[in-house]
Design a protein around this ligand. Structure first.
Ligand SMILES: Nc1nc2c(ncn2[C@@H]2O[C@H](COP(=O)(O)OP(=O)(O)OP(=O)(O)O)[C@@H](O)[C@H]2O)c(=O)[nH]1
Ligand SMILES: [Mg+2]
Length: 471
């Protein structure tokens, strides 16, 4: 267990009302005592401070005073200091927070002083990592912290806050404990082969596996699929021939004249990304260069970039011009994107009759389609509904209080699901308990990885490296 004392600036750097420096670890009070002069203390006492000074202050209270550089007696700032005794703290260690005025120089100087006084600069996410290592939160809750910080819409925030309450952890713990019960029986059956009939009832074991393990795991995997875009965001590209109106749609959706629109085909040459919120889904939308056969070297690069972007996208808006019949270029564009989830967007319907229907090849008939006019803002709500529906499946909008695993969780859930299904089948087939126990033990380990009871060091490193310093 790490036990040195760490410190970092916990607020964003910049000018503002308040900035916070956080110190956590066994020497947090000693360090703070050596640089903090309470308003009610007689001046000049800092060097004589001994650990009992800070320990005598009441926990979870704010104290007014000044940060003083003891080397030269210089006052760095007027501050409020909070002292929090372990274990009722974020990290479960002794914690001090120094509330200073927020400015680059003042925060930097005070942090320097704290580091000189014996703390080490915290790594990204290290405070939260300690909260996890000291058993205050599990891994899913630690991940929820970073999700809360990074939430881009209210809905993604809702998911993250429900996870920080520990919903996923409780569900995983309950599946694990069911599997542990079965494993205990299986091991007893191995040790006492003569009493197998009394120890394990195959039908019961299968039913428990089905109802309490397999069904629950399947539901969690489904929930990942249905709601992951609220959490992770959706990457979407608008593609089509030159001049069909891609940039006009992008500008409409983000409600800004961000991209140049002209009647000249080939206006957009580079790929331009923006973010927007569609029914709570954080969407990254990219306007792309019109795709067609060309020798223009600039356009060729733009087209290559578009093709690369299509591969990494979750959803493609394939745009066509209602006033212009399809060409070979449209067919080629369809071919490059057909592996992806597509919406056909027929633009410029202001130029055609109301009962217009674009003639499209038969195989395109099943692809969701929407008629719009980017110029006159028609059909945009329908387009947004369709995007949300395609991203989230049946019940797009209701995510409140749902447990939504992330990709790391989902991979482990799928693996344990596979193992549970195979264990149930083995019980059915009368496979020896030695083999069944292997599957069940591995399923338990996989689930343990999610909450962190059996997580490897590199998994932890990967999770905590996503944090900023100071959290
Ligand atoms: N009538 C009408 N014109 C539109 C509509 N959408 C775009 N336009 C016009 O079509 C022309 C091309 O629009 P852009 O948005 O630049 O088209 P683009 O697909 O981005 O074109 P490239 O960047 O060249 O590939 C402009 O003159 C737009 O004003 C529409 O819904 N109706
Ligand atoms: Mg354009």
């Amino acid at each position: 267990m790490e036990c040195d004392t760490i410190a970092a600036i916990a607020t964003p750097m910049g000018s503002g009302g308040i900035g916070i420096i956080k110190i956590s670890g066994k020497d947090a009070f000693l360090i703070a005592a050596s640089i903090f002069q309470r308003s009610c203390d007689p001046p000049g006492e800092l060097q004589d401070r001994t650990p009992p000074f800070f320990s005598s202050l009441r926990s979870h209270r704010l104290y007014h005073g000044h940060i003083v550089n003891t080397d030269n007696g210089k006052v760095l700032d007027e501050v409020l200091v909070s002292k929090m005794d372990a274990p009722r703290t974020y990290t479960r260690e002794d914690v001090v927070e120094i509330n200073t005025h927020s400015g680059h120089v003042v925060l930097g100087s005070i942090l320097d002083l704290v580091l000189k006084s014996g703390a080490r600069l915290a790594e990204p996410g290290e405070f939260t990592k300690r909260a996890y290592l000291n058993g205050r939160i599990d891994l899913t809750q630690a991940e929820a912290v970073i999700d809360i910080i990074n939430s881009r819409t209210e809905k993604s925030l809702e998911i993250a806050t429900s996870q920080i309450k520990g919903g996923l952890k409780t569900t995983i713990e309950s599946i694990r404990s069911t599997l542990l019960d079965i494993l205990t029986d299986a091991e007893a059956a191995i040790d006492f082969p003569d009493d197998v009939g009394e120890i394990i009832h195959a039908d019961e074991a299968i039913e428990v596996l089905e109802k309490k393990v397999i069904e629950v795991l399947k539901k969690l995997v489904d929930q990942y699929e249905n709601a992951r875009y609220f959490r992770d965001g959706l990457k979407m590209a608008v593609i089509g021939r030159p001049n069909v109106g891609k940039s006009s749609l992008m500008n409409r959706l983000i409600q800004q004249d961000r991209v140049i629109v002209t009647p000249i085909p080939g206006t957009t040459r580079d790929l331009i990304e923006e973010t927007l919120n569609i029914h709570g889904i954080p969407v990254v939308i990219a306007d792309t260069a019109g795709l067609h056969d060309t020798d223009d070297p600039v356009e060729v690069i733009g087209i290559e970039k578009t093709q690369e972007y299509i591969n990494g996208s979750d959803l493609i808006l394939f745009m066509m011009d209602a006033s212009d019949p399809l060409t070979g270029d449209d067919i080629k564009i369809f071919e490059t994107a057909k592996q992806k989830r597509l919406i056909m967007v027929i633009n410029k319907i202001d130029l055609v009759e109301d009962d217009f229907d674009l003639a499209i090849p038969d195989p395109w008939g099943d692809i969701p389609r929407v008629n719009i006019s980017a110029l006159f803002a028609r059909g945009l709500e329908r387009l947004k509904d369709l995007i949300a529906q395609l991203a989230t499946g049946e019940n797009p909008i209701e995510v409140r209080n749902r447990i939504v695993p992330n990709l790391r969780h989902k991979n482990a859930l799928e693996k344990s699901l596979e193992l549970a299904v195979s264990a149930a089948q083995e019980v059915r087939n009368g496979t020896p308990f030695e083999l069944i126990a292997i599957d069940i033990r591995e399923a338990i380990d996989r689930l343990g990885e999610i909450i962190g009871v059996s997580a490897r060091e590199e998994v932890l490193d990967q999770i905590f490296s996503r944090f900023c310093i100071g959290k």
